[in-house]
Design a protein around this ligand. Sequence first.
Ligand code: GRF
Length: 214
Amino acid sequence: KNLAVFVSGGGSNFRSIYEATLNGSVHGDVVVLVASKHDCGGAEYARDKGIPVVVFPRRKDGQDVLSAEDLVITLRSYKVDFILLAGYLKLIPVQLVQAYPKSILNIHPSLLPAFGGKGYYGMKVHKAVIASGARYSGPTIHYVDEQYDTGRILAQRVVPVLANDTAEELAARVLHEVFHSYWEHKLYIEVVAALCEERITWREDGVPLIRSKE
Ligand code: GRF
């Protein structure tokens, strides 16, 4: 399967997915990286690895505008099957959601539907979790619809919030450092592997389920 990964920042999830495609744990290829900033860490890493980079949205100066329709055409030209948001901070245009039904995933660093939606991104998520007194947090992988963080939930992992956690400590534990299990990275790879192997089925009530490997 052909994968497009969307990033806005350092792209550690992108890197781990890319590595998983190289070592065979994901049966797919990252054929294009879409970055909301030309010079973010994820885009630089992709260029270094020879992965084509598309900047979206492009700055609206003069001719240099890429519309949502152009982006869909570009993704089609790379024969993209699935779109993986990995720290992409912009809202996905409705044209893209409609062009790729049941094919766009996002990873969010809290147990949705808690601490999701507009305004909950980066450290703000972890600060809000700590301020709430919640004892558990963890990553959620969900399908993407027209709004922030509201699509169908596909997978979650529970991570403890410790008494004196700072937002940075909690972020690190959710992202990768709990018992060396690399939660976000590991979960995303498991889900993308299932996606590429067509192991996701949809219950009649619209709930997506992952079948384990036979
Ligand atoms: C992750 O915490 C992810 O859950 C959220 O943005 C962060 C991206 O981190 N959506 P990275 O760029 O993959 O390191």
